[in-house]
Design a protein around this ligand. Structure first.
Ligand code: PLP
Length: 386
């Protein structure tokens, strides 16, 4: 049923087909009314008191718990501190290194660039050796030299190809070696079950504005396993991470729970945007979201196979849907031009240098009809390049 039924409506897509993989999709139509409720109903009326009387101060935790239901995390382990994914990765990676006095910081070579840059910076700061390995070599390093590894950083979905990495087996491998696991869930949150608690993940970080739909610059989230909450030592020790922020004492005493990952005053309106975006995702449930985006991706490939088998042969993502996240990538001549031509036809995708275009299938606002139209547009766009 879920595979063919069109899911939620209620998105203001501006008439555009959004398959961009996946930086910023459309807002819900109800977002403006929600912001109006907060701006006019709370901010204007209560002003500074809103932090206490309207629950604003608790939002990093309440939004975190809501998000936790999509990530397989019991309450009290996810916080939306108000930072970017990059600064949250920094916080998580330094905290992970502080848990183990070991020489190597291991990071997946196919990681998103910011993850590689932050890992390099953390290694330099803490005087660790940065070890960058891809795919099987990453696993082999953990298996063979894992006792050297302080933290292992990877993503369950490759940001270019959509190829999946199994959270369960890789976390188990890290655990056996005594290394701390740090996952970047940016391309998985909201489209793929992550089962963080069940897999005994230590730390995870993810982006708020991709499949979660939190809006431009929506804050990132951080997951901290409950068993680590009293020992983990975050470097961004700001007053909102204090056990008693309003005591205003000179010494930092970390909050006894995941609140210790908070930093300073959160961007309230962005948190409201993320909170509002999460409702239909949570209501649909992560398994139905996954099924839906998988069906959309399959529909894309089936239609492409009928129209343009030559392009289907240029798929750089796994053909098996189980092995992919919610996006896929094709190799096309002059990908930058193809992206532009598709945009002129109202289809938003993105190219990755030098010759990839990515197509992402967000379950709530992409339809099967749009997918067919996108394939037709792609067929024209790439015709022109030949
Ligand atoms: C999008 C993305 C980011 C974004 O980082 P920001 O600091 O929020 O800009 C980080 N990591 C991954 C894997 C991403 O996909």
């Amino acid at each position: 049923m879920t595979a063919t039924r069109e899911l939620a409506t209620g998105f203001d897509t501006g008439g555009v087909i959004h398959l961009n993989g996946n930086s910023l999709g459309p807002p819900r139509e109800s977002l403006v009314a929600e912001l109006e409720r907060v701006v006019s109903g709370q901010w204007a009326r209560r002003q500074v008191q809103g932090w206490f009387e309207d629950g604003w101060l608790d939002l990093p935790r309440t939004v975190g718990d809501k998000l936790g239901t999509l990530l397989g995390a019991a309450p009290g382990q996810v916080v939306v501190a108000g930072e970017t994914t990059s600064s949250t990765l920094f916080n998580a990676m330094v905290a992970a290194c502080r848990l183990r006095e070991r020489p190597d910081l291991l990071v997946d070579a196919d990681s998103f660039p910011t993850d590689l840059y932050i890992a390099a910076s953390v290694a330099k700061l803490l005087n660790r050796q940065l070890v960058v390995k891809s795919g099987h070599e990453f696993d082999a390093y953990l298996a063979e030299r894992g006792t050297r590894v302080t933290a292992a950083v990877a993503a369950p979905v490759d940001f270019r190809t959509g190829r999946r990495r199994d959270i369960g087996s890789l976390t188990a491998l890290a655990r056996r070696a005594g290394a701390v696991s740090v996952w970047d869930l940016s391309h998985a949150a909201g489209v793929l079950p992550c089962d963080l608690d069940a897999h005994d993940v230590d730390l995870a970080v993810g982006c708020g504005y991709k499949y979660l739909g939190g809006g431009p610059g929506a804050p990132a989230f951080l997951y901290l396993a409950a068993r680590l909450r009293s020992t983990v030592d975050f470097p961004l020790a700001g007053w909102h991470g204090h056990a008693r922020p309003f005591a205003m004492v000179p010494e930092f005493e970390p909050a006894p729970d995941v609140d210790r990952a908070r930093t300073g005053t959160p961007p309230l309106l962005s948190l409201i945007g993320l909170d509002h975006a999460l409702d239909p995702l949570v209501e649909t449930g992560i398994h139905a979201l996954r099924e839906r985006s998988r069906a959309l991706g399959e529909s894309f490939l089936d239609h492409l196979g009928e129209r343009r088998p030559d392009l289907l042969r240029e798929l750089v993502s796994p053909r098996d849907a189980e092995s992919r996240g919610a996006h896929l990538a094709l190799r096309v001549p002059d990908a930058e031009r193809a992206e532009r031509v598709l945009a002129e036809r109202g289809v938003l995708v993105d190219h990755r240098h030098p010759d990839l275009i990515r197509f992402a299938f967000a379950p709530l606002y992409v339809t099967h009809d749009q997918v067919r139209r996108a394939v037709d547009a792609l067929s024209h766009a790439v015709e022109g390049a030949r």
